[in-house]
Ligand binder design. Structure first.
Ligand code: SF4
Ligand code: SF4
Length: 239
């Protein structure tokens, strides 16, 4: 929606089957492309995403929550039951499962990560999809764009910036505003986060707790310490 009138360039060439933010819902039986935003949490969410997968040729996840688990995944690293009690006085019957990205449940053809996504990246990816091509997101670290902007390196100044290990394409807005990259676009493909973690400790003197807290923020931590496979069914907490 943030693309403004440019969105119309796309809508002239496609039919929108179902878009919750638009007034009219015109869901069709099958889709060429489905964009999924957000983390499937409840059993209904999971069933919905599985159903959409079956009815779509191409499934694309957009945003940190759908691609990585995002902010909701923070609770995986906490005492989940205690968190639930903190938020809800009466939590009987509330599902409180581990949070997993969409690719845990279904095959994903393309991920457009970020919190929020970069609208330019979405636009060119959507244009490729309209042309029948699944684009490839260039695997370059945030540092690449950060250095093109000639920013002073925060990591070298002793700030915990994840730029060397995280996927660029966002234009490095955070380090350009003197805020370290938290990795909302997730790790580069094939990146060994454990090695990066060790370098942050050896070369820059960060402690493990500090690194874990930053890596939790958008859900990268489980890429560093792969957890055991989650149970597919949601657990219902009883009072
Ligand atoms: S500030 Fe962060 S993103 Fe920029 S060059 Fe340094 S480590 Fe990389
Ligand atoms: S600089 Fe890092 S945290 Fe900021 S938008 Fe880019 S990937 Fe996300």
């Amino acid at each position: 929606m943030d693309l403004g009138e440019r969105l119309l360039e796309l809508t002239e060439k496609i039919k929108i089957g179902d878009f919750a933010l638009m007034e009219e819902q015109k869901e069709t039986e099958n889709f060429d492309v489905v964009f999924v935003e957000g983390t499937p949490i409840t059993p209904q969410n999971v069933a919905r995403v599985k159903d959409l997968r079956e009815r779509s040729k191409i499934l694309v996840t957009i945003g940190a929550c759908a691609c990585l688990g995002g902010i909701a995944e923070l609770k995986n690293y906490q005492d989940k039951e205690q968190r639930l009690r903190y938020v809800y006085k009466n939590f009987e019957g509330i599902a409180n499962p581990d949070i997993k990205p969409v690719k845990f449940y279904v095959k994903v053809d393309l991920e457009i990560p970020g919190c929020p996504i970069n609208k330019e990246e979405f636009f060119w990816a959507a244009k490729d999809l309209v042309a029948g091509v699944i684009p490839k997101i260039p695997q370059r670290p945030v540092c690449y764009e950060c250095q093109l902007k000639r920013n002073e390196c925060l990591l070298q100044k002793g700030e915990p910036c994840l730029g060397p290990s995280m996927l660029g394409g966002c234009g490095a807005p955070c380090p350009s505003s003197a805020y370290p990259c938290d990795g909302c676009r997730g790790p580069l493909k094939g990146m060994n986060l454990n090695n990066f973690n060790n370098k942050l400790k050896e070369l820059y003197g960060f402690n493990q707790e500090e690194i874990d807290l930053i890596m939790q923020r958008f859900g990268e931590l489980d890429d560093m310490y792969p957890p055991p496979p989650a149970k597919p069914e949601n657990k219902i907490i009883k009072k």
